[in-house]
Design a protein around this ligand. Sequence first.
Ligand code: NDP
Length: 325
Amino acid sequence: MSLVRRVVLNSRPGKNGEAVPENFRVEEITLPTDIKPGEVFVRTLYLSVDPYMRCRMNEDTGADYLSPWVVSGCLDGGGVGVVESSRHDAVLKGDTVTSFNWPWQTYGIVDGNKLQKLDPELVDGHLSYFLGAVGMPGLTALLGVREKGHITPGSNQTMVISGAAGACGSLAGQIARLDGCSKVVGICGSDKKCQTLTSELGFSSAVNYRSADISAALKEHCPDGVDVYFDNVGGSISDAVIAQMNQNGHVILCGQISQYNKDVPYPPPLDAATQEILCRKNITRERFTVINYMDKFEAGLLQLLAFHSVMSGGNIGKQIVKISD
Ligand code: NDP
């Protein structure tokens, strides 16, 4: 038997209000060291913390593809770890593996069919990248921009991104720039984040929504209006952005994090004035859900790896992505 530590849901925060530390507890349990056929004994290296997890704290997550966490049950989510022992044919001791349902335990026994093998060399050993730029947030940014953004290089488009310093937003801005937007403006919650977006991540400018008048700042930074809006947050920030969008613009409805601590459906209803602008200006606002694009994950990850490699000087000569023979 081996002693492991795990995080369990102690109580539900309720649909309204923020989750607090008392909603969770850390406990020790013992795991059998002998595993059954098909099972794999893993050591956890990294766990992903994501906004959708707030929905999993509710009895009803509001999404059919998300199951609620069980009170006194172990949390699970995106994770990366290493195989300690295996009774599954496709997974060997020493393999680096990932899963969307990794248990929040120091060690765990998992179904080998639910693991995907990872090649650490692809990220120069930075395994946490598989939960970020070369994982679900990277795919969300890439596919969100590509599937719903309608970017046309050379057409002088301006994109605004809310939640711009987060996992998806920071990547969406960089991808939009690489894909041909002439201006990429981020909205985030501190001056330090604004500074990072403009000095390190290639954003044209950034607005701190906690201290700036968003409408006035957008007028200044987007003098030709907003063509594409990558919406991670919803609420009043999104109302302010949509008010400055151009005719035939596009909202990429990625997430609405400002509403997750409220008892509202997803996506939350828009206020009447914002809805009127969408109709009058013929602005699309289609919901984007990354898991609906699984057939594009492999090619998407290759592109994200290429971005990573370009940014870290991994290429000598031209870097290209081979898609098939
Ligand atoms: P992160 O936690 O990395 O970033 C979220 C950002 O939102 C933070 O940087 C935070 O920083 C900002 N934020 C938090 N609360 C508020 C608020 N009330 N008002 C304004 N900003 C706020 O999350 P991700 O980048 O992983 O996710 C971003 C969005 O994308 C989420 O809404 C998430 O649900 C969604 N998502 C959607 C997917 C899909 O398939 N559609 C897949 C993955 C994520 P700060 O306030 O300082 O700017």
